[in-house]
Design a protein around this ligand. Sequence first.
Ligand SMILES: [Zn+2]
Length: 409
Amino acid sequence: MKRPLSITLSLLLALSLTGCGKQESTPPETEPEEPPAVEEPEAPPAPEPYDILDPTVMPAGGSRDGVSYTEWSGIVEHLFFHPVIAYPELAFDGDAQANGLDDFMVTVDEYNKILQSVYDNDYVLVDIGDVWSETTGEDGQSKMVRNPLYLPEGKKPLILSFDDTNYYPYMLENGLTYKLILGEDGKIASWGLDPQGNEVVSRDLDAIPILDKFVEEHPDFSPFGAKGCLSLTGYEGILGYRTQTDTKSWSAEQEANRQLEREAVQPIIAELKRTGWTFGSHTWGHIRLGAKSLEAVQADTERWLDEVGSLVGPTTILFYPHGERPDGNDWQTTGPNFRYLQSMGFRVFCSVGVESFSYIKKDICAVICDRLHPDGTTLRHSRKRYLQFYDAKDIMDVDVRPQREIDWS
Ligand SMILES: [Zn+2]
């Protein structure tokens, strides 16, 4: 893993922008990420039969505080976002990255409208960690089971996850916020620079504090206190703090700075956890799990655990970079990369797809699930598929985005 810093960074930067979107974002209906023949026939979206576990977070039916809870046995929808664009005039300035940002991100205004719409459509937030559990089957083998979900009557469960909440340098130059901080009120806020270069501390410009505020204003959107799962790489640090190492050229001064950043991010992590946010791995280097050798995946995972896991704590959630499935296929086969990642504690393996598909694997204790992706690509080309959440016609900031094709037929 010893590479010159400049090469490593430029490679990773390129991957983080082009890559993060390229396969993570499923193209329009005509080109599903996975061949439908592979994805759909044997794995119906209908929920699997599951063992009844003792729910610790959610009430087991009945009434609580005047609200009736009923069991939900349908699909648990899962939407994921990238960091949101605070200043579209910087993101969509016609530079080389403008179209990538258009493809893979939404603006603050769009994000606000999406939250309002999913709320109006009776979705409520559940934590991904509450949807499945590990248990021991009759054969003595560990396996994943779907937990019973008791929701306020008439409500539907929704998982949110947020990929690449690392505040990569390319994002800072393109109208996104720079880092999370604690505001004067002790709440999570973002810090950044506006297009004129003025420092801005706000709870209105970043997906994370925006959701915090939305739940403060609409507490019934999160009946169990869930927010979202933050999907973190490690190569540019986390949450805007440069907590990463470089193995090639590393001075004592750099290490001292890194330790300061590690200290500085800890209160942010603690406050996020306290307010319902959870963390998952997006691999250290945003690597392609389909193509990488087992040795490379092992080295990357150890580095993630050392530099990120040591800060955010244990997690069972893995979000595939580029949506790329380990060993090329995580569903019909269980290859060496998948097996290794599972052995390191991961149990919920998330890709990207055309529906909130999930499948409990039979041969190993793991569940794989696909996520839908509100972003420019689907706003432009997948309006129908997302109508249960929102109507792209009501959401998309057509005027501030690049003038590219829209297909709302
Ligand atoms: Zn990513």
